[in-house]
Write a protein that binds this ligand. Structure first.
Ligand SMILES: [Zn+2]
Ligand SMILES: [Zn+2]
Length: 374
């Protein structure tokens, strides 16, 4: 029968004991013609489960992610030679997986992809990276809007579907079989675009007809718009992309004396909302207002910047405190107004309400401090 030392020597001829007690081994382990430096330190009782492995940087890299398996094998191997045998198996697997991960795609990947692009038309290609792994296609929807889809291809394309990134207000997923090609993605993307046509019609009309204060440059996935109603008054609407003609969520911003009547009109006139009509028309009917038109006003007329810090967005807060004097109506951030009023000797505080003067018109202003969840 082979001794433990012989078995170890056969497994790993370059790993040699460094002391008489045979508790320290140093040398190399060879896998796929590659030598990796390895040092094994056994405790005085020579029990493997308490052994320490010192690996070279290369070996560490290969074993990255296999830490738990190695530890487990150490605990369950009866002697050093059987552990080395296990370690070699782990290393072989790890190396194989790494090669698959970093291997360039096979030649048929490129030929298949080029054929796919030819079928699609090279003019549909907006971008392709030097590895041919990321490609961007453009697709026009039935209303003539141009959209883009970015595809991240796997090296085993077309066996596995590419990852798709689109500018969409709802989740977009593709169905894929190993026989699928870029044409299938294009078709599915077009069908998805069609399902969003009504939503983008609604949003485009708002962007075209009104002053949208926010977002500044709406992307195709943006479902909210803050529309100017008048000086320092606006409404924030959240449109449901799947039901764009239904009554959107409305949130008014502005002085109480302007906003309160708007809110009650919205409540009282809800029955006037006609889903057959377009959204802007419905909003006008229900709120009994006309939105300022772009032809006769400029966006700066509806500035909602804070009158103290002159910014609109402070961290994530917007200026939601408004001077209630009808001739003023200046908006402020809650924090800005709080700091301002606290610094004035004429201000007084009662519980969480501060009473003071508006920095703009000097009329009385009250600020109720609230902790808002954003
Ligand atoms: Zn401010
Ligand atoms: Zn004021």
């Amino acid at each position: 029968m082979m001794s433990e030392a012989e078995a170890l020597h056969r497994q790993c001829p370059q790993l040699l004991p460094q002391n008489r007690e045979k508790t320290i081994y140093d040398g190399f382990i060879t896998i796929q013609d590659r030598d990796f430096r390895l040092r094994i330190i056994l405790p005085p009782d020579a029990k493997l489960k308490n052994a320490r492995l010192q690996c070279s940087v290369h070996l560490k890299n290969v074993l990255y992610g296999y830490h738990q398996i190695v530890k487990q094998r150490l605990q369950h191997s009866c002697d050093l030679s059987s552990f080395i045998l296990e370690l070699k198996t782990i290393l072989e697997n790890a190396l194989k997986n790494r090669q698959e991960l970093y291997a360039p795609p096979p030649p048929q990947y490129y030929s298949c992809l080029v054929k796919d692009i030819e079928n699609l038309g090279w003019d549909k290609l907006v971008f392709v990276d030097s590895e041919f792994s990321t490609i961007q296609l453009k697709v026009n929807d039935s209303a003539g809007r141009e959209h883009q889809i970015t595809l991240q291809l796997k090296t085993n394309y077309p066996l596995e579907p590419p990852d798709c990134v689109v500018d969409f207000p709802v989740p977009f997923a593709i169905t894929w079989t190993p026989q699928s090609s870029l044409i299938n993605i294009q078709k599915q993307f077009m069908a998805a675009l069609d399902s969003m046509k009504e939503f983008w019609d609604v949003m485009d009309e708002i962007d075209k007809e009104t002053w949208v204060l926010e977002p500044e440059n709406p992307t195709r996935n943006a479902t909210t718009r803050r529309i100017a109603i008048g000086n320092n008054v606006s409404v924030n609407i959240e449109v449901d992309p799947r039901h764009p003609k239904m009554l959107p969520e409305c949130y008014f911003l502005g002085a109480d004396h302007v906003v309160t009547p708007l809110r009650s009109k919205l409540n009282n006139n809800i029955h006037l909302w006609d889903p057959e009509n377009n959204l802007l028309e419905n909003l006008k009917n229900v709120l009994e207002i006309d939105f300022p038109v772009r032809a006769s006003t400029s966006k700066s007329d509806f500035s909602m910047d804070c009158g103290i810090c002159y910014a609109y967005c402070l961290d994530t807060a917007i200026p939601d405190q408004v001077c209630d004097d009808p001739r003023c109506g200046q908006p402020f951030h809650q924090v800005c107004l709080y700091e301002w009023l606290r610094g004035l000797p004429s201000s007084r505080q009662s519980f969480n309400v501060i009473f003071g003067e508006c920095p703009y018109c000097s009329k009385p202003i009250a600020l109720k401090m609230s902790i808002k969840k954003s």
